[in-house]
Design a protein around this ligand. Structure first.
Ligand code: CDP
Ligand code: MG
Length: 149
């Protein structure tokens, strides 16, 4: 039965990060408003500053990429907001709402098009698969900090 459900009918969770460039510019409220207007629930949220080791571990898949060192330094340059989002098909839905990695290539009205500064300082992160969403949520949140509201 469950196997026949269309992806948009499946409740999912995803890990969202409001990155340092957006937190610095006080865009958290506007980004949260976009999230909530799109029927996505914020079921956990906190502000923190990553250590360099945290940033390197979180972006471990990109360790060999030319942009890795700059990316990690940027991610520790100021506080970030980490969130767990919940909704129908939220993993791909939030990726669509974020827009392309490079804000220049992002569709109109996506978060990155509206607020992104550059391919690096692109304001938001969202998990890219179910497996990664689980790993990334566990990276930041113990179960007691996530609420079924
Ligand atoms: O975040 P997303 O999944 O869209 O992109 P990614 O390819 O997984 O890259 C992770 C992050 O690295 C991006 O969101 C950018 O902040 C940064 N990046 C960069 O600085 N320069 C690039 N050429 C590509 C990505
Ligand atoms: Mg990615």
């Amino acid at each position: 039965m469950e196997k026949n459900l269309k992806p948009e009918c499946i409740m999912q969770r995803t890990l969202s990060i409001i990155k340092p460039d957006a937190v610095k510019r006080s865009l958290t409220g506007e980004i949260n408003s976009i999230i909530q207007k799109n029927n996505i629930k914020i079921i956990a949220q906190k502000m923190l500053k990553l250590s360099i080791e945290d940033a390197q571990n979180f972006y471990n898949v990109h360790r060999e990429r030319a942009f890795f060192e700059d990316l990690c330094n940027y991610m520790i340059s100021g506080p970030i907001i980490v969130q767990v989002l919940e909704g129908k098909d939220v993993i791909s839905k939030y990726r669509e709402l974020m827009g392309a990695t490079n804000p220049e290539n992002a569709d109109e009205n996506t978060i990155r098009k509206l607020f992104g500064v550059s391919v690096e300082e692109n304001s938001v992160h969202g998990s890219d698969s179910e497996d990664n969403s689980k790993i990334e949520i566990e990276f930041f949140f113990p179960k007691r900090e996530i609420f079924n509201i």
